[in-house]
Each structure stands twice: as structure tokens, then as C-alpha cells.
Design a protein around this ligand. Sequence first.
Ligand SMILES: NC(=O)c1ccc[n+]([C@@H]2O[C@H](COP(=O)([O-])OP(=O)(O)OC[C@H]3O[C@@H](n4cnc5c(N)ncnc54)[C@H](OP(=O)(O)O)[C@@H]3O)[C@@H](O)[C@H]2O)c1
Length: 276
Amino acid sequence: MTTTAPTVPLSQGVEMPLLGLGTARMDDAEAAESVRSAIEDGYRLVDTAENYGNERGVGQGLRDAGIGRDEVFVTTKLNKRWHSVDGARQACENSLERLGLEYLDLLLVHWPNPDQDRYVEAWEGLVRLREDGLVRAIGTSNFKPHHLDRIIEATGVAPAVNQINLNPYATRAATHAYHVSHGIVTEAWSPLRPSTMLQDPVVVEVARRRGCTPAQAVLRWLTQRGIVTVPKSSSAERRRENLASVDVQLTPNDIDGIDALDRGEDHVTDSDAFGH
Ligand SMILES: NC(=O)c1ccc[n+]([C@@H]2O[C@H](COP(=O)([O-])OP(=O)(O)OC[C@H]3O[C@@H](n4cnc5c(N)ncnc54)[C@H](OP(=O)(O)O)[C@@H]3O)[C@@H](O)[C@H]2O)c1
């Protein structure tokens, strides 16, 4: 039985696990307990954010698990108030202090916030943080191709990862194709929501054919195509179920069937209109 997820190489020379633990809506206490337990069960990637207010709990969970720093991949994200070169550094230092870490594996600009129009400066700040060794890889979240075009043109540096809302009802094929053509790894947030998707007859049938659960079918539909994902669960049993999805083998036909459930871009939060 596989106990850890395979990794995907990032353009910036770092290996990232294909499946990890999401921690949105967990407070410090729950994050500490979930992270410790997930790591003991084989998780090697943890996704947090300044905005979740639980970086201290995540850091506690990492220490409680007693895992070597270089054996776990930690992602966090900065809010719009830090969109400047100096601000990005301050945000990174704040996150490191809350997590109790010396470096981050991946730091993301959480939302582009184009109304503020300072995401290019935020990106310049992240480029410097990587040059200075405070973060091993840098990326974006909720950036559309036209946002990515701007930061790449300004700095010549493409994000290693763009973390976006992606699931069988919002497959984001055009955005994913843009990522592939620019060497950017796609990471899917909220892969299991809306939960009605897990009762979709197509998902249920793929799961039946492969002898797995609907959640495992959805997660494997992502990771088998090299898309990183970070499902959140407060239940140790469901966390183990989610990690074990990496052992499922889908056929091209299974993958095409789930792809066909796409309902279009209108079903994801519009990052030209929303952000924090
Ligand atoms: N970059 C961004 O803007 C952004 C936005 C949102 C989220 N994220 C990240 O992405 C992570 C995942 O997204 P998410 O937390 O919104 O949603 P999610 O992981 O897609 O779904 C979580 C929900 O699914 C349930 N669940 C988990 N495993 C299950 C299983 N095997 N079978 C049935 N139900 C299951 C959970 O319930 P239980 O907890 O009761 O198991 C929870 O209600 C977040 O935690 C966060 O780290 C990033």
C-alpha cells in the first residue's frame, strides 16, 4: 500500500507532492491535530494561508509530528495588503514566525486583486524572496492567464504553481492548457466541492468500476494528470481515504467521462471581482 503521494517536479527545481492536506476553515487547535495526524498517516504536503488564521496551529502540528523539515512541503499565501516588494518580505517573515519555520517550500500570492493593481509588485517581491532563499518555490493563486501574462512579462519569471478552483464541474481546461504551455503546475483547490458532485452518476460509475470511493475517483482524476490537490478533511478516516486515492488507476475513458461534466468558468469565483 502506498503511504505517501508521488511528487511532481516544479519549474524552479523543487519536487512537490501531488496530494496534500488543505486546512481552510480549521482553527489553530484543529489544524495542529489534523496536521500531526495527517503526517503520521503519510501526508507530506500541507496547504495553509495567512487568511486562514491557523499558521500557528499548522506549525504546532508539524512539530508534534516530529517530521524532518526537509521531508514535508509547506505552502502558505499572502493577502492583498502585502502587495509590494517590501510587503511580500514582511508577509513571508510573519508567516515564518507563525509557522515556526526557517523557510517556506511554496509561497503564493493568494488573489490578484486587480482593483488594487499591485500584484506585479507582489510578484517582484516573491522573486526576490526566492533569490534570497526564504522560499524554495513561488507561485500564484486564482490568477487568470491575463494576470499571468503581466507578471511573466514584467519579471521573466513564471510561477512554479498556480492554485485555482478546479473540480469536475469546473475543469478549467483553457487555464490548465495555458499553465502547461508556460511550465506552470496546476493545483486544484476545493476539489471535492460542491459535495453533490460526489453523487454525480458519472463519478459514482467511475468509482464503482475502479473499486474506489467517489472522492477518490475525483482526486485521482486530478493527480493522474499531474494536477496537485489539497483536499481538506477533519476526519482522519477521510484523510486516509483521500491519500489512498493515489493508488487508484483510472483509464483514459474514465478521465474523459469526468472531464465531460464541465459546466464552464461561470461556476468558479471570478478573481477579477473577488479577492482578499
Ligand atoms: N487558494 C484559494 O483561494 C483557496 C480557496 C479555497 C480553498 N483553498 C485550499 O484548498 C483546500 C481544499 O478546499 P476546501 O477545503 O474548500 O474543500 P475540499 O477539500 O474540496 O472539500 C472539503 C469538504 O469535503 C469533505 N470531504 C473531505 N474528504 C471527503 C471524502 N473523502 N468524502 C466525502 N467528503 C469529504 C469535508 O468534510 P470533512 O472535513 O467533514 O471530512 C469538507 O466538507 C482548502 O482547505 C485550502 O487549503 C484555497
